[in-house]
Structures are given as C-alpha cells and as structure tokens.
Design a protein around this ligand. Sequence first.
Ligand SMILES: Cc1cc2nc3c(=O)[nH]c(=O)nc-3n(C[C@H](O)[C@H](O)[C@H](O)COP(=O)(O)O)c2cc1C
Length: 309
Amino acid sequence: MMQCTDVHDRYLFRLITKKAILYTEMVTTGAIIHGSCLDQLNFNAEIEHPVAVQLGGSDPNDLSVCAKICDELGYDEINLNVGCPSERVQKGAFGACLMNEPNLVSECIAAMQESTDLPITVKCRIGVDNHDDYEFLHNFTSQIVRTNTPTLIVHARVAILKGLSPRQNRTVPPLKYEHVYMLKNDFPDLEIVINGGIKSVSESLEHLERVDGVMLGRAAYDNPMITSGVDEKVFNEAPQSHDRKEILSNYLRYCMDQYELGISYNRTLKHVFGINKGMPHARQYRKLILESMQKENLSSNINNLVSMV
Ligand SMILES: Cc1cc2nc3c(=O)[nH]c(=O)nc-3n(C[C@H](O)[C@H](O)[C@H](O)COP(=O)(O)O)c2cc1C
C-alpha cells in the first residue's frame, strides 16, 4: 500500500507474524530504471522473508529489467499490479486498465519469467468500468493462466477508471466475493487470493474455505494487532507474539535506532498510530505519538507510550 507498507511497517508486522507474506507498495518500473526509488526497494533480509515486491508497469522489457533487479535484491516473489485505478497510473497505461489487455499482461509476465525464476504473480480487480460481469474476469484469467503464473490476487471490486478517485474505488464499487470463489472453482490449479474489505483473521478463515489465500490491506494497516492470530490460526505455527506491550516496545526501540541512522520519526512512528485502536487510552496514546514525531522526543515518551497499550 503506497505511503504505508514501507520497510518500517514491514518490520512492525514481522514482530507480529513471521508467516504472512508481506508486500511492498507498488514501485513503478520508471522509478526503478531511473534510480529514484532505492529506498522503496530496500528490505531487511534478516527478518522480512517471505517478502514480495509489487511492480507497476506495462512495458515487457522494462518489467523484465526490473524483475532481474528485484531477484538480485533477494525478494521472494514479484507481483504485477493490474488493479490500481489512479489517473497517474492510467496515464502510464498500467494498473487496472491492463485488465482490458490480457495479451499484454501475458507478455509482461512472460518477459519477467525470462529474467528470473521467482514466481511472477498478478494482483487484479474483478473487472473494470462496465466490464463487471464474471465472464470478463474469467476471460482475463483464461489468458493469463497460459503463462503459468502460479497466483492471482483479486480485489473483489471493479475499478472505475473515470469518475471515481482511488479512494472511492476502494469503497464505492460493491464487493463481489462470489466472483472470486467462482474463479477458484473454474481454475482449481491456480492459487487464488481474495482481497477487499476483510477485517479479521476469523473472516479470513471463512474465505479460506473457498479460496487459497487472503490479503488484508487497510484493516491490518489501521490496526496491526488484528494479524496477531495469523501464525497460529492460519499457518498452525507458534505465534510470533501476542503481547502488544512487547511488540510496541520492540518497535519503538527500532524507531530510536532508525532515528540515529537519520530516519525521521515521521516515517517510522506513523505505523503505530493504530496499535491500540479501540482501547481505553487510544486517544492519549495517539497524541503522545504525534508529540514524539513533532518534538523528536520518543526516548522520553517510550515508557509512557508502552504503558498505554
Ligand atoms: C493508502 C493505500 C495505498 C494502496 N496502495 C496499493 C498499492 O501500492 N498496490 C496495490 O496493489 N494496492 C494498493 N492499495 C489497495 C489495497 O492493496 C487493497 O487492494 C484495497 O485497499 C482493498 O483491500 P482492503 O479492504 O483489505 O484494504 C492501496 C490501498 C490504500 C488504502
């Protein structure tokens, strides 16, 4: 998620779950090739795996070059964005508008497969504009499975390319989970991951009766602790930690270390605004996080903050 799931946010999530696959925000091929995004591609190899990078682009050659770079950087998966509806992305002729061009998507996947052995996966919508029928999604999928892409992540809403902002495109078009379930029935060998509006591990478990995976976006970003049951309940593994205080204390110490390395608190502390969402001291806690960002005085506030969660 752009402006959200950066290297610091992923550090936080690795304190909560060691098994969930973490995705970078979309990084465009242009930004990689022109070298303006080294920061965005940075990841912490010691703790972050499994971690996937999401690329935005539609030029097979550029995507092939970028896939190779991401492979060399050590990512575990490369995901192609075919779901972003923003005007900027439409101008670049990639993102959701690529759902109208399944042949080009296949070419892009094939070009990336030439330059890396990493799995090349796709994240798409259930349709675009008035192509909101299941047949459209089925046709799109029939074309791209020929590339042997192993996984399709589907945000269960259409993208409306004209007239809705990206934000509205995440709320206004109705969720149609049924279309994603139908896709799994029709393409049983393709790993189908469902996304959109899913708010908890228990909701995820219900979807997992019908599909292979679940992707959480906003609910997890806004309230990271909702993912604390993932390792146990989804992967049948011992949990990383359920202890909010321990997680926060570790993360805040990480923020102080990053600060020493020149990373501002604005970049690191924003990820823990929601760590005690809905709890008694949530408001005072958020105020103190804000103060720690503005006055750069986290070291004086750390004990207080931990005591509030
Ligand atoms: C601030 C923000 C940034 C996002 N950036 C991306 C992105 O870079 N790539 C992507 O595939 N989806 C992006 N999304 C969409 C989410 O990944 C997800 O598909 C969508 O929000 C629906 O899932 P959710 O209801 O679990 O959030 C973004 C969403 C938000 C709110």
